[in-house]
Design a protein. Structure first.
Length: 173
């Protein structure tokens, strides 16, 4: 009789120990549902809405060893944005602007979305707000000002041609 009682108790204990392994897997905190999807992400912070955990690099450019600019895409949010980091040893006196530029894939005007202004050694990291993943996008930096494209599709001024030393962009993606 004692053997049978311990058998039931042992089976109950074994079931209790195995029950966590028998339940459905739970999503990790990193993989929790993001706070936006596609168009609802436009103009919003990718980190605040949980879109950064699966961000993949689409394109990158560097300004020497001073500045790294990355165009990234989140599959879980279907959104793009620009991440930038400035070398803390940067000694330049210029203000650096980083922007996400977009144009509809089927053609149309290009526009800047979400400017990062004034990256400094004290504030060396930043990101733009998110943009449309279905558009054609590029990441740019410049030292001229907000909403200035150092590599536009077309210069608006007749015969205008500013030197590329004032900024640069990734290829359109």
């Amino acid at each position: 009789m004692h053997t049978r009682r311990w058998g039931r108790v042992g089976a109950a204990l074994a079931l209790l120990c195995l029950s966590p392994m028998l339940t459905a897997p739970q999503a990790s905190a990193d993989e929790a549902a993001p706070g936006c999807y596609a168009e609802s992400c436009a103009g919003k912070d990718p980190y605040a809405l949980g879109c950064d955990w699966d961000a993949e690099l689409l394109a990158q450019l560097n300004k020497g060893n001073d500045l790294e600019v990355r165009l990234v895409y989140s599959d879980s949010c279907h959104a793009v944005w620009v991440k930038a980091s400035l070398n803390p040893a940067y000694a330049g006196q210029e203000s650096l602007y980083v922007e996400l530029w977009s144009t509809p894939t089927i053609g149309g005007a290009q526009w800047a979305r979400g400017t990062i202004k004034y990256l400094t050694p004290d504030l060396p990291v930043g990101n733009t707000t998110m943009g449309d993943w279905q558009a054609t996008n590029k990441a740019c930096w410049n030292n001229v000002g907000s909403r200035w494209d150092p590599a536009p599709l077309n210069y608006e001024a007749p015969g205008g041609n500013m030197p590329r030393s004032t900024g640069d962009c990734t290829e359109w993606q």
